[in-house]
Design a protein around this ligand. Sequence first.
Ligand SMILES: Nc1ncnc2c1ncn2[C@@H]1O[C@H](COP(=O)(O)OP(=O)(O)O)[C@@H](O)[C@H]1O
Ligand SMILES: [Mg+2]
Length: 391
Amino acid sequence: MLHQSLTISGAATNTDTIFSFNPCLAPRITPPSPPPTTLSFFFSMNHSTKQNPLLSSSSSLKHTTPVFAPQASRVTHETSPSKDDVPVHGLSEVIVGVLGGGQLGRMLCQAASQMAIKVMVLDPLENCPASALSYHHMVGSFDDSATVREFAKRCDVLTVEIEHVDVATMEMLEQQGVDCQPNASTIRIIQDKYLQKVHFSRHAIPLPEFMQIDDLEGAKRAGELFRYPLMIKSKRLAYDGRGNAVAHSEEELSSAVAGFDCGLYVEKWAPFVKELAVIVARGRDNSILCYPVVETIHKENICHIVKAPANVSWDIRKHATDVAYKAVSSLEGAGILLNEVAPRPHNSGHHTIESCYTSQFEQHLRAVVGLPLGEPSMKTPAAVMVSLVLF
Ligand SMILES: Nc1ncnc2c1ncn2[C@@H]1O[C@H](COP(=O)(O)OP(=O)(O)O)[C@@H](O)[C@H]1O
Ligand SMILES: [Mg+2]
């Protein structure tokens, strides 16, 4: 996801405590548009900072929290709810289906409970984090076509908390009229980091230089072109630094490219001094709102600390926001380089639960079901998020 700073529109302000929902005013679902997207950027200056070593990392996408899951069911469970037998009361009739039931899915469920929206999750782990809070948990793989199709039958709108889903099936479902948010075409671009780079370079988004490599010889040619250190990345199934390797010299190339089997590309090293992130929400009416630019500090490739707002000058924040806005606009249809995009809530936006008028989770649900986007500005002067994953 991409992270960036913002100008705030004049959307109506609400807070967690005074949020109220009038089902009579709820707009009906309208044609698709992408939900919130997170963008991350490098803010470069004239000097380098310490480079990120290649480290194996634990995954925030892994579901290790033991949670009692009274509502879990398997795909074949015949008594699980279906969209046809749910009483109709405004938005409470809408079942949002989430592919993945990890921590982000759990926080979506928390936001949904205040909005009278039902969230169903599809996750292979019976005790996945979202299980205890979801309206229904179907136990199954979000990467299995038959399972995703069965799950989609029970939902009104399909979204993701992880981009590594069976996108071919989502494309097929879309053709059959299933409402997928974000669109399968967006997920297809984003789940392949190289395709992301190709897409954004076509839209003139500032990026580190990059090129595809097919083998060690290709990596050597890239090293001659971009020099060292050289960032080597897996095109697919990469997250939390898994799939990234840094070669500091040609001698390190063979070990750096070893073991990757999802296709590779390389990026020129970006000697950044700060890494910024922006969460951008786009509503179904194509309204776009950006959250404040935050600074992210990674440890072992995991987002470890988030400082909101980023302590950078106004023009840097404006620049980052402009790039994020442009990047997200391109999905529909200097000093700052875009790193990556995620089509969902992101770790860099957890602080929004306490510090912003509309949390990123409420915002995702608003975008997905077609409610007006909520005010994204901060209601506290500053906020810091520290991840406990590495403690
Ligand atoms: N081209 C690059 N130059 C320097 N550092 C980079 C580069 N690309 C990524 N990084 C660093 O590595 C971290 C993880 O890379 P990223 O591609 O975002 O992987 P992931 O998908 O695991 O989040 C980034 O947050 C950034 O700190
Ligand atoms: Mg990243």
